[in-house]
Design a protein around this ligand. Structure first.
Ligand SMILES: [Zn+2]
Ligand SMILES: [Zn+2]
Length: 312
């Protein structure tokens, strides 16, 4: 399994997940980058949008769905999401606007806009005049095989219609994606605890948010149970599922540029884990930038100390 972060944060979220021989199954988790940016960042890892077999969508905020019109209309790529999220995406495409994470309205990008034709140079281009045909509803808790990857979604707590996280399994490795949630529920913990690679939001530092420039209403919304996770909430979730053979890689995602910094997120999470007695040598923690970010390859799993110890 190979995982590449193509972007993380309020400017756009997208993860590429590949599995199977020669990475033949290629999925995205969210596609919140403009069509041209998505195209450009996929090209950096030698993937053409037409090779994507599906996009798993967490929720309908624009920083998670902005690139969908390109993928659906030009390449007829299926969108897999909760049935209510599918409807919200469809409504956004039909009405021409989506909500941003902070509630503002933004226009749905048109793939027929000037400049968009530059994207039409890839192989096997299909055009779907009916993007709604691309929708494949997936209910929370239902397992589905998408090529070589087993997918299961679970509810999270955010002010969108039916927000969810995902647990993806392939070749005995598991990755869990949890971004945009105001709290960590017991159900979320059962999935978080199964991950080898956990990609989890560390959106803000509470104090920095409280003292920062955002209007009080927006601060209240971010701090609410349907807003975003703080550095401390994320560290606590990792602690509550901690086993020495549990999460080995932690990517801190969706980091606010105003109310957090990558070094503050890292320091907060590390300090809280260490204070609770976690040996930090057992977990690799890094932060995801708004641009191209980390690459994770599951073959790393077979080089970890404890697995060598187990086999000896
Ligand atoms: Zn978001
Ligand atoms: Zn959101």
């Amino acid at each position: 399994m190979r995982v590449v972060s193509l972007g993380s944060g309020s400017s756009g979220n997208a993860l590429l997940v590949e599995a199977g021989p020669q990475g033949r199954t290629k999925l995205l988790v969210d596609a919140g980058l403009s069509g041209s940016l998505l195209h450009e960042r996929l090209r950096k890892v030698n993937v053409h949008p037409s090779q994507i077999q599906g996009v798993l969508v967490t929720h309908e905020h624009s920083d998670h769905v902005l690139g969908l019109p390109l993928l659906m209309k030009r390449y007829a790529i299926p969108v897999i999401a909760d049935v209510h999220t599918c409807k919200a995406i469809e409504d956004g495409i039909l009405s021409g606007s989506w909500r941003t994470d902070s509630g503002a309205l933004v226009s749905t990008p048109s793939i027929d806009a000037p400049g968009a034709m530059a994207l039409s140079t890839g192989p096997e281009i299909q055009k779907s005049q009916e993007p709604t045909r691309c929708m494949q509803p997936l209910s929370a808790g239902i397992r589905r095989m998408l090529g070589d990857i087993e997918v299961i979604s679970f509810p999270i707590s955010h002010d969108a219609i039916a927000p969810c996280g995902y647990l993806l399994t392939a070749g005995g490795c598991r990755i869990c994606v949890v971004t945009d949630s105001g709290e960590v529920t017991a159900e979320m913990l059962t999935y978080i605890g199964k991950a080898d690679l956990l990609i989890m939001e560390a959106n803000h530092d509470r104090e920095r948010l409280r003292r920062g420039p955002y209007p009080q209403m927006l601060k209240n919304r971010i701090l609410s149970s349907t807003g975003h996770l703080s550095n401390d909430q994320t560290a606590d979730a990792v602690l509550r599922t901690w086993r020495s053979d549990g999460v080995r890689w932690l990517w801190l995602a969706h980091i606010s540029r105003t109310n957090n910094t990558p070094s503050l997120a890292l320091k907060s999470v590390r300090t809280r884990l260490a204070a609770a007695g976690v040996n930090l040598a057992h977990i690799h923690i890094s932060t995801l930038p708004p641009g191209m970010g980390s690459v994770w390859d599951s073959t790393q799993l077979w080089h970890t100390e404890s697995l060598w110890e187990m086999s000896s």
